[in-house]
Design a protein around this ligand. Structure first.
Ligand code: SF4
Ligand code: SF4
Ligand code: FES
Length: 486
């Protein structure tokens, strides 16, 4: 431990820390643009200036906190008059050519330049010259648009592709106020499966998501803690959706229950501060056409009638089997196990296979199994073998299929089929009984990732009135016939 003083407070810092790290760890705020805890330290924005007191208090010096190692007994001032004056000068420099088009910028509300400008500067540009113009809508990739006028050249995005994703997909070309962030010409940034992290990293509104562009002001939205089900890593994410206070009544009511964007929720035990692009695209998974009608023999019926028929099939079965979802939560698996775990011959199936061209695995986050809860499911039951017929008992007369990914042609001929799923699929018409169930964004629960880390997800939206939670359904199906459905 190294004893230092920050704004008069005694701080026990760790050996090797910078002043920035020691200040943050002890609850002292220092502004920063280019510094990021997971990236190298370029020291180029100079906004993190602090004052180090000398022997004579009036003879202190100014230096950047992010690149200054702590030294025993040093006294730091983070908010002195000299510090505030220097920060104001730095902000005047940064805003010389900044367009100040916050009114139409998606970053407004989350922009550190905006925040620091109001805290340390608050005055119009000091330049008498016209601002340098640059490209406003440069398509950096299929997913990201770059506004070069807003870029403050902090280089975070460039360093991310060199140090974290290792695609080396971005660079800065030219010099001075003609400098431009650009993607390298070999397409490495387009192919970088982690590219969207630069949107979060950008301290200003220079890098923006094309799918989210001008869709919503961020203060209309709120995050719900969730888990990406895109692979067995189970990254912690925030699913952003419209706040109840800002419910749209006339324009587009569907926007009130829609995923507007997905961002990483920092979790050192699972994903650190990052997620891959697949995790950003969860709307493509959860907002597929939903199966909302219960069916018996391919005909839509009330949920209660379908549950009753399912109970009859279960009661009549002599050799029942089940294909268990690798997308079911720990709670759903426990409910399934309590209801059928000993009576049915159970195997865990693969609900989702990798998409064509999808990265299978790498050293950063992406894992080969594209299902979030196989570890918990296979703690209860074996995986479905490559030859699925071998998994069914002789004389199998009922198969309960939970979730997606089932090859219905591989089920034992003549066996009745009871199918639970959330999305529309031609198979819902083939099952003897089909029961529509809720999706992850409509219920809370836990997944256990490949390393055994258990994470929780919360509900963001109401489920449709005609669908049930699988957890409640399993308990209801295990009851004798002619008992109230959930
Ligand atoms: S685009 Fe954003 S992250 Fe990249 S250098 Fe410019 S300001 Fe920094
Ligand atoms: S690494 Fe896996 S869990 Fe994490 S965001 Fe990507 S697909 Fe989702
Ligand atoms: S944050 Fe220290 S120089 Fe940019």
């Amino acid at each position: 431990m190294v004893e230092i003083w920050i704004d008069g407070d005694r701080v026990e810092a760790e050996d090797g820390q910078s002043v920035m790290q020691a200040a943050r760890a002890s609850g002292h705020e220092i502004p920063y643009f280019c510094w990021h805890p997971a990236l190298s330290v370029p020291g180029n924005c100079r906004i993190c200036m602090v004052e180090v007191e000398g022997d004579d208090a009036s003879a202190g010096w100014l230096d950047i906190a992010c690149n200054m190692p702590i030294a025993k007994g040093m006294h730091i001032r983070t908010d002195s008059e000299r510090v505030r004056a220097r920060r104001k000068e730095m902000l005047q420099l940064v805003t010389l050519n900044h367009p100040v088009d916050c009114g139409i910028c998606d970053k407004a509300g989350e922009c550190t330049l905006q925040d620091y400008h109001y805290r340390y500067n608050g005055e119009p540009s000091v330049s008498r010259d016209a601002k340098v113009r640059a490209t406003k809508h440069h398509a950096l990739s299929e997913r990201i648009v770059l506004d070069n006028e807003r870029c403050i050249l902090c280089s975070r995005c460039v360093r991310f592709t060199r140090e974290i994703s290792k695609s080396h997909g971005l660079g800065i070309q030219h010099r001075g106020d003609h400098s431009l962030v650009r993607a390298v010409e070999n397409g490495a940034f387009e192919r970088d499966p982690y590219s969207d992290n630069v949107i979060d990293l950008c301290p200003v509104g220079a890098l923006l998501s094309r799918p989210f562009l001008h869709k919503a002001r961020v203060w209309y939205l709120e995050p719900t803690a969730s888990i990406c089900p895109g692979c067995e890593r189970g990254c912690s994410v925030d699913i952003w959706h419209r706040k109840k206070a800002w419910t749209l009544k006339r324009l587009d009511p569907a926007a009130n229950a829609r995923i507007d964007r997905v961002t990483p929720r920092e979790n050192p035990a699972v994903n650190g501060p990052w997620i891959c692009n697949k995790g950003r695209d969860l709307a493509l998974v959860f907002e597929r056409p939903r199966a909302t009608a219960a069916m018996v023999g391919g005909e839509a019926v009330e949920l209660e009638a379908a549950v009753e028929r399912a109970r009859e099939l279960i009661a009549a079965a002599r050799h029942p089997a089940a294909l268990v979802s690798s997308w079911g939560s720990n709670e759903e698996l426990a409910a399934f196990h309590a209801a059928f775990g000993t009576r049915f011959a159970c195997h865990v199936k693969t609900d989702h296979l990798p998409e064509p061209g999808e990265r299978l695995e790498d050293e950063l986050l992406i894992k080969p199994d594209k299902n979030p809860n196989r570890r918990a499911a296979t703690a209860l039951y074996p995986s479905l073998p490559d030859a699925p017929r071998a998994a069914f008992p002789a004389g199998c007369d009922l198969v309960l299929v939970w979730g997606e990914g089932c090859d219905f042609d591989a089920l034992p001929p003549g066996a009745k089929v009871l199918h639970l799923d959330a999305w529309r699929h031609p198979a819902e018409f083939r099952a003897d009984v089909f029961l529509p169930i809720s999706v992850q964004t409509e219920r809370s629960g836990h997944y256990t990732n490949f390393a055994g880390v258990v994470s929780r997800f919360e509900a963001c939206f109401e489920k449709p009135a005609t669908v049930a939670d699988a957890e409640a359904l399993f308990a209801a199906l295990a009851m004798p016939a002619r008992v109230e459905a959930p």
